[in-house]
Design a protein around this ligand. Structure first.
Ligand code: ADP
Length: 257
């Protein structure tokens, strides 16, 4: 039930009473629920065939089926990158349904930051190679584990690395760094790309927001979901950036005791 209360009379100060309207919004809610479910189901259904396409492409590229020439390999890399993009979008759609319905399902466990980073790098390797971008990791001797949902954190990090690649330049270097203090572990992703001007640094975490004139196609959902995922597990996601110089996105998570 949706309830609205409005004062009556010419001016609010001379109100002679209130009008209370009760509206049964059950049909709208049901429709909304059906829509959310539909989006979640479709994006889930799309993931399986796209993953199968990726596996087939890898078989072709690694010459398990037969020899390929340079031009063919180049074309395969292009298709592989498109498949990665499709997977990214379906993942975003699937996750935004969780966020919008307020049902983020967490699976908190002791997780290894190194493993999470390894997974996130593997998911972005083809795109990095295609742009001749080097992904370097500074582990700073950190061996502690974190209390986190490993899968969701890996998704966040995958997204941050993918952004770093998409919004920086060919032949550059992206640095992942792990740091720790007594309570927290931080993992940062630093690029020397186009950067984000001060006025947009808060807004980029809003759903569907994209910096005007963004050079790459996208949904504007990745960072919004990422921040919700981090905050749901008592973690953080912050940005430091300078237009024209590059950006550093940092996630923070509680250490395991
Ligand atoms: P999308 O990339 O799909 O638009 P995101 O939520 O991931 O959505 O990012 C929101 C916006 O923030 C992007 O449109 C882009 O303008 C900006 N952005 C994100 N990451 C970076 C980055 N590493 N460097 C520069 N701009 C970025």
């Amino acid at each position: 039930i949706n309830i609205s209360i409005t004062p009556t009379g010419e001016k609010e100060s001379r109100s002679i009473g209130h009008v209370i309207v009760l509206r049964n919004i059950t049909p709208y809610k049901e429709l909304d629920f059906a829509k959310t479910n539909f989006i979640a189901n479709v994006s889930h259904e799309l993931k399986t065939p796209i993953s199968a396409i990726k596996i087939t492409l890898d078989l072709l590229k690694n010459e398990r089926i037969g020899q390929t020439n340079e031009e063919q390999r180049h074309l395969l890399d292009g298709i592989r990158e498109d498949a990665d993009r499709l997977l990214k979008i379906t993942g975003e759609l699937l996750n935004i349904t969780q966020v919008e319905s307020g049902r983020i399902q967490l699976n908190i466990e002791n997780a290894s930051p190194r493993e999470i980073i390894g997974y996130a790098i593997a998911s972005n390797e083809t795109m990095a190679e295609n742009r001749d971008i080097k992904l370097q990791v500074l582990e700073n001797g950190v061996h502690s584990s974190v209390q986190a949902d490993a899968e969701k954190t890996a998704w966040v990090l995958t997204n941050l690395i993918s952004n770093a690649i998409r919004y920086s330049y060919d032949h550059s270097v992206i640095t992942l760094e792990i740091r720790e203090n007594q309570e927290y572990i931080q993992i940062s992703v630093r690029d020397n790309g186009q950067g984000i001007s001060q006025e947009y640094q808060d807004k980029i975490f809003d759903r569907y927001f994209r910096v005007p004139g963004s050079t790459r196609e996208g949904t504007g959902l990745g960072l919004a979901i990422s921040r919700e995922f981090m905050e749901a597990q008592q973690g953080t996601l912050t940005v430091e950036s300078e237009l024209g110089a590059g950006s550093t996105f940092t996630i923070g998570l509680k250490k395991s005791v």
